[in-house]
Design a binder for this molecule. Structure first.
Ligand SMILES: Cc1ncc(COP(=O)(O)O)c(C=O)c1O
Length: 461
């Protein structure tokens, strides 16, 4: 019969008893959905310990702790207090709704704006070719993946994409994860554990930080891009089972590159594994768009390269590439792979199309980087602090969070969407605007960004 467990069954009573108590006493408010299944059976289930269940339910409702009731229990009141504190510190985030596709020009909370907010660096998120690839895969392979690939089997779209990514990256093998976050977290925890040591750049992405934490390896955080400090740490920390150096290839908030040649040398000297997260560099940097490792000519010297499909590739999902042995190990031991459902086949198909476009249309990455150089040079000349940016990501560092919010608001009034990035996403007192340049930005959009920033700079003097 019907598969739903009724609220009554959950509470150990029948529907009539529940109805008598009135809607305010229903566990999830008034029932909006028809009750499926065998009511009598549900009632029978309820006979076991029904009295005590009813008493429990009554107590719960009287105490107003039913999960879906509108007013929270006092024990949840701390959240309001914490949110108020975030408000006071100008650190509260609020969601805006975007209408229509993610592209250079969007409708944000009802306003037409040119967006410099996204990581869609090659303008592929709304590309018709990706949409058609996804639609075709949805028609042929359906939507949901059903379970972990180890349980249901990998879809053909996933298998094809893994081979394609390995070929694109010039690696022996590649493995897909549901997200880039999952790829970083699961991979680190599969590579190191108790008795090991991991050395992580202070400005690494949250997914790397969390990977280090869940791995339970000793974590040594070296000052941002400071290879001397890292060398000293590696020199000191001997006698562990395995060592791993992990870094973003292209830092997402400053737009600068990791000192990969020196990191490769240190990894060799100290016999440490080296893992590079190419999330913001895949598709943009390097002769073939492989990322920061390729930019330095080091793709073959890095043991573990992580990428995401969700930024320049305009889709969603993460991947790891390296040796076949690495991929086999992660398939067995990366918990975010083993215990998580794979991405839907249409996402894999769209990403596969994006990889082809990255291969065949190198002008996209050239355009993104050229436009970024133009914006960076202009903002520097205007007197803005663009930090160490050397890529399509340009920070405009203003310091206090409220100043970053105010600047972002002025830009929005002028029709430009450049969000303020505040701690904890960036270090304290370094709140900033983060400008993400895409090949999808027209010359007119780029000039408008430069001119508006100039006007605001002059007004602030
Ligand atoms: C450096 C870096 N690594 C990993 C990720 C996670 O990627 P995903 O969005 O695919 O989960 C992000 C996301 O912003 C990132 O900036």
């Amino acid at each position: 019969m019907g598969g739903f467990v009724t609220p009554a069954a959950l509470l150990g009573c029948d529907d009539r008893t529940l109805a008598k108590r009135g809607p305010e006493r229903r566990p999830h408010g008034p029932l909006r959905q028809p009750v499926h299944g065998n009511r009598r059976a549900a009632g029978q289930t309820g006979r076991v310990g029904r009295r005590s269940s009813e008493r429990m339910h009554r107590n719960h409702c009287q105490q107003n702790i039913c999960p879906m009731t509108s007013s929270p229990h006092p024990r949840m009141a701390w959240i309001d207090a914490e949110l108020a504190r975030l408000d006071e510190a100008h650190l509260r985030r609020r969601l805006l709704t975007r209408t229509g596709p993610q592209q250079a020009e969007v409708i944000l909370a009802g306003d037409d704006v040119v967006s410099f907010a996204s990581n869609d660096y090659l303008g592929l998120a709304a590309d018709r070719r990706l949409v058609l690839a996804a639609a075709e895969a949805a028609t042929n392979e359906g939507w949901g993946a059903g379970a972990s690939p180890l349980v249901t089997g990998r879809g053909e779209a996933h298998t094809r994409l893994e081979s394609q990514l390995a070929a694109f990256e010039g690696s022996e093998a590649a493995l897909l994860f549901p997200t880039g976050f999952a790829a970083n977290q699961g991979t680190i925890a599969a590579l190191v554990g108790p008795g090991d040591a991991v050395f992580s750049d202070a400005q690494n992405h949250a997914s790397i930080i969390d990977g280090c934490r869940v791995s339970r390896a000793e974590t040594h955080i070296y000052p941002h891009a400071d290879v001397d400090a890292l060398a000293a740490m590696l020199e000191r920390r001997t006698g562990v089972r395995r060592r791993l150096i992990v870094t973003d290839g292209l830092f997402s908030m400053d737009g600068n590159l990791a000192p990969l040649p020196q990191l490769v040398a240190l990894a060799d000297r100290y016999d440490a594994m080296l893992m590079v997260d190419e999330a913001h560099a895949t598709g943009v940097l390097g002769r073939n768009g492989r990322g920061a490792c390729e930019h330095f000519g080091l793709d073959e010297c890095v043991d573990v390269r992580v990428g995401t499909l969700s930024k320049a590739l305009g889709s969603m999902g993460g991947f790891v590439c390296g040796s076949q042995a690495l991929v086999d190990w992660l398939t067995n031991r990366a918990r975010t792979y083993v215990f998580s459902t794979s991405m839907p086949a249409p996402l894999a198909a769209a990403a596969a199309r994006a990889v082809e476009i990255v291969r065949n249309e190198p002008e996209r990455r050239r355009r993104a980087l050229q436009s970024a150089a133009k914006v960076r040079d202009a903002l520097t000349a205007q007197g803005w602090d663009v930090g160490p940016s050397e890529s399509q990501i340009i920070p405009v560092i203003v310091g206090p969070s409220h100043a970053a919010l105010a600047l972002s608001a002025r830009l929005r009034e002028a029709g430009l969407w450049i969000p303020a990035i505040r701690p904890p996403s960036v270090p304290p007192h370094t709140a900033r605007l983060r400008i993400g340049i895409s090949s999808g930005h027209s010359d007119e959009m780029i000039n408008r960004c430069i001119d508006t920033m100039d006007r605001l700079r002059t007004a602030a003097r």
